[in-house]
Every structure is written in C-alpha cells, then in structure tokens.
Design a protein around this ligand. Structure first.
Ligand SMILES: [Zn+2]
Length: 149
C-alpha cells in the first residue's frame, strides 16, 4: 500500500516536471495526463500553464484544472477566477471558447454568470456567443431567445 502511494507520487512528480519542458507537446501531454489527478501541488503548476505561450497548452491546462468529471477527488481550489480571466482576455479565440465552455461545467456561480452575460453583450464571434448562451443556461439562467446547436 505504502509502495503504491509512493509510485503514484513519483508519477505525479514526473508529470509536474514535464510541465516545465521547453517542448510544447511534452507540456501539453503532461497537462492532459494530470486531468485525472486532483493533487493540489499538480494543480498549482497546471494553473501556471493557463498563461503558457502556446495556446494549445493553455487549452489543455484549463481543461485539466477545471474538469471535475475526470477526477476522483473534488478539485481542491476555486477555478472560477482562472477560467474567467481566460474567457475574458486570452489572445486566442479558441482558448476563450474553451474557458467559456468550462465555466458552464462548473457549479452554479454568480461570478461565472456575470462574466457570461458580459460575453454575450460584447463578443462578436458566433461560436463563442453560442457557447456562452449554453454555459449561462447551465448556471440556471434561461435566455429568452432559443439556442439551437
Ligand atoms: Zn477532463
């Protein structure tokens, strides 16, 4: 039992160290593998990758820090501020869409609602608008207009 815990720890340590690799694919695949862990230390390092210079790494990192469905344990910290920052201000529209979708997967939250409403008022990207409508509905706010995907 103790041995297995130790192996598990060193696996997570190995993945954490790969998050700092200069190679984009290495960072991205480590971030993806950590989607199945709720280790608080791993989460701190993953959070850093929400500002990675590669947009594909940022997309995977945002998923891994906020996807409760892939984790056995509850996520050990508040992910909403990280998702809000990326949904509002990431330079990549694809990252903004992913962050907006992930906001819809979180538990009902007033901060998420507020930013999703703001995106609906200010965004021009059709896909982002559709995602924001869906996400807002997940937070208990049905809009007057219908949204057919
Ligand atoms: Zn996941």
């Amino acid at each position: 039992m103790i041995r297995r815990d130790h192996e598990e720890d060193s696996k997570i340590e190995r993945l954490i160290s790969r998050l700092s690799s200069p190679d984009i694919d290495t960072r991205r695949s480590a971030a993806l593998a950590l989607d199945h862990e709720s280790d608080p230390n791993a989460m701190i390092h993953l959070k850093r990758l929400a500002d990675d210079k590669s947009s594909s790494v940022r997309r995977v990192a945002l998923h891994s820090i906020s996807c409760a469905a892939c984790k056995e344990e509850p996520i050990p910290y508040d992910v909403i501020p990280v998702l809000i920052k990326s949904a509002e201000s990431d330079t990549s529209i694809r990252v903004r869409r992913v962050a907006t979708h992930l906001l819809g997967n979180q538990q009902t939250d007033l901060r998420a609602r507020e930013v999703l409403r703001k995106i609906l008022q200010t965004a021009s990207d059709e896909k982002l608008l559709r995602i924001a409508k869906w996400s807002l509905a997940q937070h208990g706010e049905e809009l007057q207009t219908r949204c057919d995907p």
